[in-house]
Design a protein around this ligand. Structure first.
Ligand code: ZN
Length: 305
Protein backbone atom coordinates (compact mmCIF):
# COMPACT_ATOMS: atom_id res chain seq x y z
CA UNK A 1 0.00 0.00 0.00
CA UNK A 2 2.69 2.46 1.08
CA UNK A 3 4.88 1.43 -1.85
CA UNK A 4 1.95 1.94 -4.20
CA UNK A 5 1.34 5.46 -2.89
CA UNK A 6 5.05 6.13 -3.25
CA UNK A 7 4.93 5.01 -6.89
CA UNK A 8 1.95 7.33 -7.56
CA UNK A 9 3.83 10.18 -5.91
CA UNK A 10 6.90 9.60 -8.09
CA UNK A 11 4.88 9.29 -11.30
CA UNK A 12 2.42 12.11 -10.63
CA UNK A 13 4.06 14.48 -8.12
CA UNK A 14 1.23 17.02 -8.53
CA UNK A 15 -1.43 14.54 -7.42
CA UNK A 16 -0.57 14.65 -3.71
CA UNK A 17 0.45 18.30 -3.91
CA UNK A 18 -3.03 19.18 -5.22
CA UNK A 19 -4.61 17.06 -2.47
CA UNK A 20 -2.52 18.88 0.16
CA UNK A 21 -3.64 22.25 -1.26
CA UNK A 22 -7.34 21.29 -1.31
CA UNK A 23 -7.13 19.80 2.20
CA UNK A 24 -5.51 23.05 3.36
CA UNK A 25 -8.30 25.17 1.86
CA UNK A 26 -10.94 23.04 3.63
CA UNK A 27 -9.05 23.17 6.95
CA UNK A 28 -8.60 26.94 6.46
CA UNK A 29 -12.38 27.27 6.21
CA UNK A 30 -12.63 25.45 9.56
CA UNK A 31 -9.89 27.68 11.04
CA UNK A 32 -12.03 30.74 10.19
CA UNK A 33 -14.70 29.26 12.45
CA UNK A 34 -12.14 28.49 15.20
CA UNK A 35 -10.65 32.01 15.08
CA UNK A 36 -14.09 33.51 15.51
CA UNK A 37 -15.53 31.11 18.08
CA UNK A 38 -12.64 29.97 20.35
CA UNK A 39 -12.10 33.42 21.97
CA UNK A 40 -15.87 33.68 22.49
CA UNK A 41 -15.85 30.32 24.27
CA UNK A 42 -18.32 28.85 21.76
CA UNK A 43 -18.40 25.36 20.25
CA UNK A 44 -16.35 24.99 17.07
CA UNK A 45 -18.51 22.08 15.88
CA UNK A 46 -22.14 23.24 16.22
CA UNK A 47 -23.93 25.08 14.80
CA UNK A 48 -22.65 24.92 11.21
CA UNK A 49 -21.53 28.03 9.34
CA UNK A 50 -23.96 30.91 9.75
CA UNK A 51 -24.32 34.29 8.13
CA UNK A 52 -24.20 37.29 10.46
CA UNK A 53 -28.01 37.52 10.03
CA UNK A 54 -28.34 34.09 11.68
CA UNK A 55 -29.34 32.08 8.61
CA UNK A 56 -27.26 28.96 7.87
CA UNK A 57 -24.89 29.06 4.90
CA UNK A 58 -25.54 26.35 2.30
CA UNK A 59 -22.67 23.99 1.45
CA UNK A 60 -22.43 25.31 -2.13
CA UNK A 61 -21.93 28.83 -0.76
CA UNK A 62 -19.30 27.55 1.67
CA UNK A 63 -16.68 26.16 -0.73
CA UNK A 64 -13.29 27.48 0.37
CA UNK A 65 -11.88 30.43 -1.64
CA UNK A 66 -14.27 29.86 -4.59
CA UNK A 67 -17.57 30.79 -2.94
CA UNK A 68 -16.20 34.12 -1.80
CA UNK A 69 -15.05 34.89 -5.36
CA UNK A 70 -18.32 33.73 -6.96
CA UNK A 71 -20.44 35.70 -4.49
CA UNK A 72 -17.99 38.64 -4.78
CA UNK A 73 -17.64 38.86 -1.00
CA UNK A 74 -21.36 39.18 -0.24
CA UNK A 75 -23.70 36.74 1.46
CA UNK A 76 -26.48 35.28 -0.66
CA UNK A 77 -29.21 35.64 1.95
CA UNK A 78 -28.95 39.30 2.90
CA UNK A 79 -26.06 40.79 0.90
CA UNK A 80 -23.91 41.41 3.98
CA UNK A 81 -20.25 41.81 3.03
CA UNK A 82 -17.91 38.97 3.98
CA UNK A 83 -14.39 40.07 4.87
CA UNK A 84 -11.66 39.24 2.37
CA UNK A 85 -9.89 37.76 5.41
CA UNK A 86 -11.95 34.55 5.08
CA UNK A 87 -10.69 33.53 1.62
CA UNK A 88 -7.23 34.91 2.51
CA UNK A 89 -6.96 32.56 5.52
CA UNK A 90 -8.21 29.66 3.36
CA UNK A 91 -5.59 30.43 0.72
CA UNK A 92 -2.84 30.87 3.34
CA UNK A 93 -3.69 27.52 4.94
CA UNK A 94 -3.80 25.85 1.51
CA UNK A 95 -0.35 27.24 0.64
CA UNK A 96 1.16 26.17 3.98
CA UNK A 97 -0.27 22.64 3.62
CA UNK A 98 1.25 22.51 0.13
CA UNK A 99 4.58 23.77 1.51
CA UNK A 100 4.46 21.18 4.33
CA UNK A 101 3.98 18.36 1.84
CA UNK A 102 6.56 19.76 -0.57
CA UNK A 103 9.34 20.64 1.87
CA UNK A 104 9.04 18.05 4.64
CA UNK A 105 9.46 14.26 4.75
CA UNK A 106 6.10 12.49 4.16
CA UNK A 107 5.97 11.30 7.80
CA UNK A 108 6.57 14.83 9.13
CA UNK A 109 4.29 16.64 6.64
CA UNK A 110 1.05 15.93 8.62
CA UNK A 111 2.68 17.44 11.73
CA UNK A 112 3.63 20.47 9.61
CA UNK A 113 -0.01 20.84 8.56
CA UNK A 114 -1.18 20.55 12.17
CA UNK A 115 1.48 23.03 13.33
CA UNK A 116 0.56 25.52 10.53
CA UNK A 117 -3.13 25.29 11.48
CA UNK A 118 -2.39 26.00 15.15
CA UNK A 119 -0.13 28.95 14.23
CA UNK A 120 -2.69 30.50 11.84
CA UNK A 121 -5.41 30.18 14.47
CA UNK A 122 -3.20 31.72 17.19
CA UNK A 123 -2.01 34.52 14.88
CA UNK A 124 -5.45 35.77 13.94
CA UNK A 125 -6.91 35.35 17.44
CA UNK A 126 -3.96 37.42 18.73
CA UNK A 127 -4.47 40.10 16.03
CA UNK A 128 -8.18 40.33 16.90
CA UNK A 129 -8.02 40.20 20.69
CA UNK A 130 -4.37 40.93 21.64
CA UNK A 131 -4.47 37.70 23.61
CA UNK A 132 -4.33 33.99 22.92
CA UNK A 133 -6.58 32.06 25.34
CA UNK A 134 -4.79 29.74 27.81
CA UNK A 135 -6.87 26.74 26.84
CA UNK A 136 -5.64 27.20 23.27
CA UNK A 137 -1.90 27.61 24.00
CA UNK A 138 -1.76 24.91 26.68
CA UNK A 139 -3.80 22.60 24.46
CA UNK A 140 -1.38 23.29 21.58
CA UNK A 141 1.61 22.46 23.84
CA UNK A 142 0.05 19.12 24.80
CA UNK A 143 -0.67 18.36 21.11
CA UNK A 144 2.99 19.22 20.32
CA UNK A 145 4.29 16.73 22.90
CA UNK A 146 1.88 14.02 21.71
CA UNK A 147 2.88 14.62 18.06
CA UNK A 148 6.55 14.27 19.09
CA UNK A 149 5.82 10.90 20.72
CA UNK A 150 3.85 9.68 17.67
CA UNK A 151 6.40 10.92 15.09
CA UNK A 152 9.85 10.65 16.72
CA UNK A 153 11.61 11.67 13.46
CA UNK A 154 10.26 15.13 14.26
CA UNK A 155 13.19 15.58 16.66
CA UNK A 156 15.64 12.67 16.31
CA UNK A 157 17.33 10.66 13.59
CA UNK A 158 16.19 7.02 13.87
CA UNK A 159 18.52 4.88 16.02
CA UNK A 160 16.91 1.57 15.06
CA UNK A 161 15.23 1.25 18.47
CA UNK A 162 11.72 2.69 18.23
CA UNK A 163 11.02 2.97 21.98
CA UNK A 164 14.32 4.81 22.48
CA UNK A 165 13.49 7.21 19.62
CA UNK A 166 10.06 7.90 21.15
CA UNK A 167 11.63 8.72 24.53
CA UNK A 168 14.31 10.95 23.02
CA UNK A 169 11.76 12.78 20.86
CA UNK A 170 9.43 13.32 23.84
CA UNK A 171 12.39 14.61 25.85
CA UNK A 172 13.36 17.08 23.06
CA UNK A 173 9.74 18.27 22.85
CA UNK A 174 9.43 18.92 26.59
CA UNK A 175 12.88 20.55 26.59
CA UNK A 176 11.70 22.86 23.75
CA UNK A 177 8.55 23.67 25.70
CA UNK A 178 10.47 24.56 28.89
CA UNK A 179 13.39 26.42 27.26
CA UNK A 180 11.06 28.32 24.89
CA UNK A 181 8.73 29.53 27.61
CA UNK A 182 11.64 30.05 30.05
CA UNK A 183 13.62 32.33 27.72
CA UNK A 184 10.65 34.50 26.80
CA UNK A 185 9.63 34.69 30.44
CA UNK A 186 13.07 36.10 31.35
CA UNK A 187 12.99 38.54 28.40
CA UNK A 188 9.56 39.71 29.57
CA UNK A 189 10.71 40.10 33.18
CA UNK A 190 13.89 42.01 32.18
CA UNK A 191 11.94 44.24 29.79
CA UNK A 192 9.52 45.03 32.59
CA UNK A 193 12.39 46.15 34.80
CA UNK A 194 14.03 48.22 32.03
CA UNK A 195 10.89 49.73 30.48
CA UNK A 196 9.05 49.88 33.82
CA UNK A 197 5.88 48.63 32.24
CA UNK A 198 4.55 45.32 31.04
CA UNK A 199 6.40 44.72 27.79
CA UNK A 200 5.20 41.32 26.74
CA UNK A 201 2.08 39.38 27.50
CA UNK A 202 2.41 36.20 29.51
CA UNK A 203 0.19 34.66 26.85
CA UNK A 204 3.33 34.77 24.67
CA UNK A 205 5.20 32.71 27.29
CA UNK A 206 2.72 29.85 26.92
CA UNK A 207 2.53 30.32 23.15
CA UNK A 208 6.30 29.99 22.69
CA UNK A 209 6.18 26.94 24.99
CA UNK A 210 3.69 25.39 22.54
CA UNK A 211 5.93 26.28 19.57
CA UNK A 212 8.93 24.74 21.40
CA UNK A 213 6.97 21.51 21.95
CA UNK A 214 6.75 21.18 18.15
CA UNK A 215 10.16 22.49 17.07
CA UNK A 216 12.49 21.82 20.04
CA UNK A 217 14.64 24.36 21.86
CA UNK A 218 16.64 25.49 18.80
CA UNK A 219 13.40 26.30 16.97
CA UNK A 220 12.00 28.10 20.02
CA UNK A 221 15.11 30.29 20.34
CA UNK A 222 15.02 31.01 16.60
CA UNK A 223 11.32 31.93 16.82
CA UNK A 224 12.11 34.78 19.21
CA UNK A 225 14.96 36.32 17.21
CA UNK A 226 13.77 35.39 13.72
CA UNK A 227 10.29 36.50 14.74
CA UNK A 228 11.64 39.85 15.98
CA UNK A 229 13.38 40.44 12.62
CA UNK A 230 10.25 39.48 10.66
CA UNK A 231 8.16 41.60 13.01
CA UNK A 232 10.37 44.66 12.51
CA UNK A 233 9.88 44.40 8.75
CA UNK A 234 6.16 43.75 9.15
CA UNK A 235 5.74 46.76 11.43
CA UNK A 236 7.71 48.94 8.99
CA UNK A 237 5.38 47.87 6.18
CA UNK A 238 2.26 48.38 8.27
CA UNK A 239 3.49 51.81 9.37
CA UNK A 240 4.09 52.71 5.74
CA UNK A 241 0.55 51.73 4.85
CA UNK A 242 -0.63 53.70 7.84
CA UNK A 243 -2.96 51.07 9.23
CA UNK A 244 -1.70 51.40 12.78
CA UNK A 245 -3.29 54.82 13.14
CA UNK A 246 -6.79 53.44 12.93
CA UNK A 247 -5.84 50.56 15.22
CA UNK A 248 -4.81 52.97 17.99
CA UNK A 249 -8.19 54.63 18.15
CA UNK A 250 -10.07 51.33 18.16
CA UNK A 251 -11.16 50.09 21.60
CA UNK A 252 -9.73 46.73 22.64
CA UNK A 253 -12.22 43.91 22.28
CA UNK A 254 -12.72 42.16 25.61
CA UNK A 255 -12.35 38.39 25.57
CA UNK A 256 -15.39 37.02 27.34
CA UNK A 257 -15.34 33.92 29.49
CA UNK A 258 -11.64 34.41 30.19
CA UNK A 259 -10.37 35.51 33.55
CA UNK A 260 -7.31 37.33 32.22
CA UNK A 261 -6.73 40.96 31.42
CA UNK A 262 -6.03 41.63 27.74
CA UNK A 263 -2.27 41.46 27.52
CA UNK A 264 -0.46 44.10 25.55
CA UNK A 265 2.98 44.68 24.17
CA UNK A 266 4.45 48.12 24.45
CA UNK A 267 7.91 47.52 22.96
CA UNK A 268 7.18 49.76 20.00
CA UNK A 269 5.17 52.25 21.99
CA UNK A 270 1.89 50.97 20.66
CA UNK A 271 -0.23 47.86 20.71
CA UNK A 272 1.82 45.27 18.88
CA UNK A 273 0.89 41.62 19.19
CA UNK A 274 4.06 39.51 19.47
CA UNK A 275 2.28 36.19 18.87
CA UNK A 276 2.13 36.49 15.04
CA UNK A 277 5.89 37.20 14.93
CA UNK A 278 6.66 34.13 17.05
CA UNK A 279 4.38 32.11 14.78
CA UNK A 280 6.16 33.36 11.64
CA UNK A 281 9.58 32.57 13.16
CA UNK A 282 8.48 29.07 14.24
CA UNK A 283 7.04 28.28 10.83
CA UNK A 284 10.08 29.56 8.96
CA UNK A 285 12.30 27.33 11.12
CA UNK A 286 10.07 24.27 10.73
CA UNK A 287 9.59 24.51 6.95
CA UNK A 288 12.88 25.91 5.69
CA UNK A 289 15.66 26.87 8.08
CA UNK A 290 15.94 23.94 10.51
CA UNK A 291 19.18 22.44 9.06
CA UNK A 292 20.96 25.82 9.04
CA UNK A 293 19.78 26.93 12.47
CA UNK A 294 20.61 23.57 14.08
CA UNK A 295 24.09 23.58 12.48
CA UNK A 296 24.62 27.10 13.83
CA UNK A 297 23.71 26.05 17.38
CA UNK A 298 25.89 22.94 17.09
CA UNK A 299 28.86 25.16 16.11
CA UNK A 300 28.26 27.42 19.11
CA UNK A 301 28.06 24.54 21.58
CA UNK A 302 31.28 23.11 20.06
CA UNK A 303 33.05 26.33 21.05
CA UNK A 304 32.38 25.57 24.72
CA UNK A 305 33.71 22.04 24.64
ZN1 ZN B 1 -27.43 36.84 5.77
Amino acid sequence: MLQELNAINLEFPWFFRSLAFILGAVVGSFLNVCIYRIPAGRSIVTPGSQCACGRPIAWFDNIPIFSWLILRGQSRCCGRPFSIRYPAIELLTALLFLASWWLLAPSIAPVGMLFSSILICATFIDLDHMIIPDRFTIGAAVIGVIASLLVPTLHVTPSGFHALDVMRSGFESILGLLIGSGIILWIALLAEVILRKEAMGFGDVKFLGAIGAFVGWQGAVFSIFGGAVIGTFAIAIVLLIGNLKSRDSRPLPQPDGDDQEPETNAVFGRQTPFGPMLAAGGLLYFLLLRPYVDAYFANISDLFR
